[in-house]
Design a protein around this ligand. Sequence first.
Ligand code: WTA
Length: 658
Amino acid sequence: MSATAPEIESVLHEERSFAPSPAFAASANFNGERLAALRAHAAADHEGFWAAQARTQLCWQQPFGQTLDDSHAPLYRWFGGGRLNASVNCLDRHLPTRAQDTAIIFERDDGEVQRWTYAALHEEVCRLGNALRLLGIGKGDRVVLYLPMGVQAVIAMQACARIGAVHSAVFGGFSAESLKDRIEDAGASVVITADAAPRGGKRVELKATVDRALSAGCGSVEHVLVFQRLDGCAMQAGRDLWWQTLVPQQATHCEPEWVESEHPLFLLYTSGSTGKPKGVQHSTAGYLLGATVTMQWVFDLQPGDVFWCTADIGWITGHSYVAYGPLANAATQVIFEGVPTWPDGERFWRMIAAHKVSIFYTAPTAIRSLMRLGDELPARHDLSSLRLLGSVGEPINPAAWLWYQRVIGGGRCPVVDTWWQTETGAIMIAPVPGAMPTKPGSCTLPLPGICAEIVDEDGHPLSKPGHGGLLVVGKPWPSMLSTIWGDDARYCSTYFGRFGKTIYVAGDGAQRDEDGYFWILGRIDDVLNVSGHRLGTAEVESALVAHPRVTEAAVVGRSHPVKGEAILAFVVVNGAREAAIAAGLAQELCQWVATQLGAIARPDEVRIVEQLPKTRSGKIMRRLLRSIGRGEAVTQDVSTLENPAIIEQLRGEPAFGA
Ligand code: WTA
């Protein structure tokens, strides 16, 4: 396993522990006793536990017969024989009692606020479902969503679910090229997008990017449905349709498509250790169950709460804790179009006060960037509505955790650090806040029914505290991915190739302390986590070598005070190196990657070097590059390097005494 970054080192020395206040514990969904009962049930009867959850938490058109079919393991099938509809679970089932309750408080970039009741949301979802059916979309057809953060993104997901179509959301920051790859891999016949979107006072083009993606391929796409958010865009006759024209004409009744439990609800592309992003496929029943119960267990959701998850709809967190989990629980939630630092660094705090947010869920990168602006900004706002804080996406360093707890939570709100992944569908390791103490930097314990463990390189459980190993999950769980879209073999080898078909390998390193609490050490594969966004080093490398001047590239992460990790690229170019440096090629390559993959993949720095360090067998010495990226001493054997002076170049130090 790779050496740990200094920030993570400090995490491992953290010893403070915070018990929930008696007031919080007394009114929480789960106190110690209730949680112990849940855990005991799960430990005694894994399948029976999940079957009981599925029966009581979801509403079924036809009950399931078999809880778990493992005859084709690791292709596990949950709740066989059952039929349901996710949008009925998120909307229709609340209508008899909650129709006029607020489902969504949507705050636009410019500060305008819209409220959507469950009845209004249901109507618009039905209208869009009918519109999609009119365009020929039915059960199993794929619809790509390239939408800004907003109510329409939730409506689009729910409408797809209603008619049994499979949505595949692509984050609005991804480039035309990335969008094209995802549309083609999914074989989507419709793309839903917006003309453009305001974000932090700037305009983000969306439809123009879709046009570029489609002009480069995407033969499967028949229609593009465009929500007009700003002042419009060019439309291609016969192919493109306006949401505002088509959708209002439709009926407000839309018969749900009842689907089997394992029917794919959505695909979501995520980065792995190879160049090609994989389409993580989630089921309808198991996925929805995970999203539903974790809202109650981890977020302690109760009537009267106002929940706000700041994640974009293009990521898994935006799926489970914006589009599905809150609605399945009939919650009231805030959705925000903009960014935390615009028009100023008080935006989040102002919104929490204005909407009386009680549960707030965000990413360490946002916490760190707001923390740097000082304590006075949050102090100007009444944050007393908050009762619980959450964190997700990357390890949270104790300093940021403690600031969040003290300054934002006023010392009274438990902080839930939640570990999970696109593939796991829902939160896996996290506190149940009324029932146990938390520790800054630890995601604490696996949830009931989640058999997370730490094993050594040979797959043996590591029981001793303080020993780092691989994070695995020893039994299937309902919200796990069903497969990788169109590639069962890749699913089997990526997640179950190492220790057999019952052990899911997460790709993270972790260790436990003397209380059994889990401490995540970060990725152990070639996956970077930049501001909580997953990026494969191979993806960035293949974008770099696609540039005509680049012959070789190697990409590593280096720690960054706000982003967690930043991208550092080493490239070898054709032609004269000094001339390339003088001509500003490094900056050009940063921009090139942003254009190829999307702004989130822009390297912080590109170093043009004469050669990459390689082993005798010609493999790039990635560990050496990682040490250099982290500013550590080079301890690796470098005797095989043809040109030892290369180390200075790799370190970014001026060579040749220049
Ligand atoms: C990392 C996001 C430490 C981890 C939900 C994982 C975390 C990857 C945490 C998944 C956490 C997520 N503490 N690391 N609380 N949560 N990670 O698929 O490396 O975008 O494998 O899912 O983020 O990222 P993904």
